[in-house]
Design a protein around this ligand. Structure first.
Ligand code: AMP
Ligand code: MG
Length: 409
């Protein structure tokens, strides 16, 4: 199969990443998911005119002449706390003591904040006039009855969850989280809590990938491991697919004698979409369809695995969850040191990005080998350097994907 460009790989993946079903979930479970229904309010928020301040509800005409030097004295008729219903209308030359959030009594058209009074209990001196409507939050000023509050496709963050709660929506329709299984291949990998024998390494990919899957908001269905053996790999792939919409395989997609994943996928009848992307890290990235299900073959090197997840798998998962914005924010940053690379490969360079005087600066994290996972712990961005460039000089601009920030929307 021909090697393809990163953009083409991304396009092919997204073209095959389809929306999952709509499900109804408890409001608090919807964080990070995408709304799958239109929300029209059938009530006003706030539901009634209420005070924006602790103070005194008045008729503005009664206090028109009030000032510090010439205060107006009003009789304090009664008091209203938040949560109470307004009992009686306001009489003339009177004030009603009122707390923030309490309903505005009939006839009152302003609230004098208590700092502009002497805080009197039976009579109060008012030191300031007020315009009609001052310090009053109107019914429906946030959301009016009949208003479209959120559309399908809107990402559910804390604010959206708050607004749905204010509308009394304890359940909400969202696009389901894709179920994701992880399969790690390799005779050398052992569970992380077992003693290491000669030639073995711990299965770190299972953990970094699991964390990435959870952070993307997908439904992690655990990980399994398999030896470098064709039949065992076939069985493990089938088993992984039986419990997931998306299977992520690590290792075994290269050209080594023990790389069985491609052969296993072929003999299971998968449709190969591509293998090999002109990039570093992650050149042997592979992608298949198995019916409706997506299968990613990520190269086993720990950095390759993580970068391929970030650049290719994550956008696909977000798309399946109904998101419209699939990519991290991209910024132009000035590279702080020379970076040399080979031609004909796009590079994803782990960089530390910072903002200084309104511009971004990016510094490579150090050695960029695809086994150097420390480079990922230091980085907050991936600088993309095109295939046809072999040297970026310090001071030149590069495009950086800000991998710590949510995709913009
Ligand atoms: P492979 O893609 O199978 O050729 O593996 C490439 C490199 O990644 C080898 O050095 C492996 O030891 C390493 N590797 C593969 N799988 C894992 C894993 N699950 N955790 C950590 N390193 C791995
Ligand atoms: Mg291997």
């Amino acid at each position: 199969m021909a090697m393809i460009e990163p953009k083409e790989a991304q396009r092919l993946i997204l073209a095959n990443a389809n929306l999952l079903s709509r499900v109804q979930v408890d409001l608090i479970e919807s964080l990070g998911l995408t709304l799958a229904e239109e929300i029209i309010s059938n009530e006003d928020i706030p539901p009634f005119d209420n005070s924006a301040m602790d103070g005194y509800a008045v008729k503005s005409s009664d206090v028109a002449s009030a000032s510090k030097e010439n205060p107006v004295k009003l009789r304090v008729q009664s008091g209203l706390a938040a949560g109470q219903a307004a009992q009686d209308g306001i009489e003339s030359a009177s004030a009603i003591r009122i707390m923030t959030g309490a309903p505005i009594p009939n006839g009152a058209d302003a609230v004098i904040k208590q700092e502009d009074t002497d805080l009197g209990a039976s009579e109060v001196l008012i030191f300031s006039s007020a315009k009609a409507g001052e310090n009053i939050r109107r019914a429906g000023e946030d959301i009016a009855t009949g208003e479209k509050v959120l559309g399908a496709g809107h990402p559910l963050r804390a604010a959206e969850i708050g607004i749905l709660a204010s509308l009394g929506r304890s359940k909400v329709k969202v696009f389901a989280r894709p179920k994701v299984a992880i399969l790690c291949t390799g005779d050398e990998i052992v569970p992380i809590d077992e003693p290491l024998k000669a030639g073995k390494i711990r299965n770190s990919n299972a953990y970094s990938l699991s964390a990435q899957v959870v952070a993307a908001g997908a439904d992690l269905r655990g990980f399994s491991t398999v030896k470098d053996d064709l039949e065992a790999t076939k069985a493990a792939i089938s088993e992984g697919l039986s419990r997931a919409d998306v299977l992520i395989i690590t290792g075994g997609v290269s050209v080594g004698e023990y790389d069985f994943v491609k052969e296993a996928m072929e003999s299971l009848g998968a449709q190969a979409i591509f293998w090999k992307v002109a990039q570093r890290p992650g050149m042997p990235l592979a992608f298949w369809l198995m019916g409706e299900k997506l299968v990613f073959g990520l190269p086993g090197n720990p950095v390759s695995t993580m970068v391929c997840f970030e650049e290719y798998v994550r956008p696909a998962l977000l798309k399946m969850m109904g998101r419209e914005s699939l990519f991290r924010p991209k910024v132009k940053a000035i590279l702080e040191e020379d970076f040399k690379k080979r031609l004909n490969r796009h590079f994803f360079v782990r960089v530390i990005v910072k903002e200084e005087d309104g511009r971004y600066l990016a510094r490579p994290t150090g050695p960029q080998g695809s086994g150097i996972l420390k480079s990922m712990t230091l980085a907050n961005g991936l600088a993309t350097i095109p295939a046809d460039v072999n040297l970026v000089k310090a001071g030149q601009e590069v495009i950086v994907h800000l991998t710590e920030l949510p995709e913009d929307h």
